[in-house]
Design a protein around this ligand. Structure first.
Ligand SMILES: [Zn+2]
Ligand SMILES: [Zn+2]
Ligand SMILES: [Zn+2]
Length: 213
C-alpha cells in the first residue's frame, strides 16, 4: 500500500449521474484521512480507498506528497477552487496535529512560486495567485484584477496620484480630463473672446455637440 499520497477521484453521484471531485489523503503511517467525500461514490474509510486504488480507474489521480514535482502537478492540473480547499485542509490539519506536520503547498499560476499558507493565495477566474502577483496585477484605482501586463505607468498628476493604473482607467481619466479642458476653454472664450469661439477648434467642437453654447 502506497503511503503519503493525495488521491483525487470521482465522488458524488446522488440521483442520476452527477459526480464531483473528491479527495482523500493517506499519511506516512498509512492512516486514512477524508478531505472531501460526497454522495454514493464518496469514500470515507481506508478499505474502500484501497479498493479504489486497486481498481486503477482512469479518473483517479494519485499524487505522491513526498515528491515536490507531484505536488506541483496537482496544483497545476486541478481547478483552483479545489486546490484552495485541499490547501485549507492541510493548513487546518497542521494547525491541530503539530506532531505530524505535512509539507504541502500550491503553485502560483503567474510566477510558479510556492504558497503554503491558504491566507496568502487568491483565486482569479482559472488562476491561483500568490499575494505579490495579485498585488502587481491589481489596479489601485478601480481595484480590479487585470494582470500585470495591463498595468501601465502614468503621470500621477493626471491620474489621481496613482503611478500605476490599468489601461481602462487611463483611457477613462484621459477622456474625463479632455472634457474638462474643453469646458474650460469654452468658458474662457465666452468671457474674454480668446480664443475665438466661432473659428478653429472650438467651432468644430461646438458643431459636433448638439446645442453648443
Ligand atoms: Zn506569484
Ligand atoms: Zn483601473
Ligand atoms: Zn480609475
Amino acid at each position: 500500500m502506497k503511503t503519503n499520497i493525495l488521491v483525487c477521484y470521482e465522488g458524488g453521484g446522488y440521483d442520476g449521474c452527477y459526480w464531483e471531485w473528491n479527495y482523500f489523503y493517506i499519511d506516512k503511517q498509512g492512516t486514512f484521512h477524508d478531505i472531501q467525500s460526497s454522495g454514493r461514490a464518496g469514500i470515507d474509510n481506508r478499505q474502500d480507498a484501497e479498493q479504489l486504488i486497486e481498481r486503477d480507474e482512469t479518473h483517479t489521480y494519485i499524487y505522491n506528497l513526498s515528491n515536490k514535482q507531484d505536488i506541483e502537478t496537482f496544483s497545476k492540473e486541478t481547478h483552483p477552487v479545489h486546490v484552495s480547499g485541499v490547501l485549507q485542509w492541510f493548513n487546518d490539519y497542521n494547525a491541530h496535529k503539530a506532531e505530524s506536520f505535512i509539507d504541502f503547498f500550491v503553485v502560483c499560476s503567474v510566477c510558479d512560486g510556492q504558497i503554503s499558507d491558504h491566507d496568502d493565495m487568491t483565486i482569479e477566474d482559472k488562476d491561483l495567485l500568490c499575494y505579490d502577483c495579485y498585488m502587481a496585477g491589481e489596479c489601485p484605482c478601480c481595484e480590479s484584477y487585470i494582470g500585470q501586463e495591463s498595468i501601465i505607468r502614468v503621470n500621477p498628476d493626471e491620474h489621481y496620484d496613482h503611478i500605476w493604473i490599468c489601461t481602462d482607467c487611463k483611457e477613462y481619466h484621459d477622456d474625463e480630463r479632455e472634457a474638462h479642458n474643453i469646458e474650460d476653454i469654452r468658458w474662457q472664450a465666452f468671457c474674454t473672446g480668446t480664443p475665438d469661439m466661432f473659428s478653429g477648434e472650438l467651432r468644430e467642437q461646438r458643431l459636433q455637440t448638439s446645442g453648443g453654447l
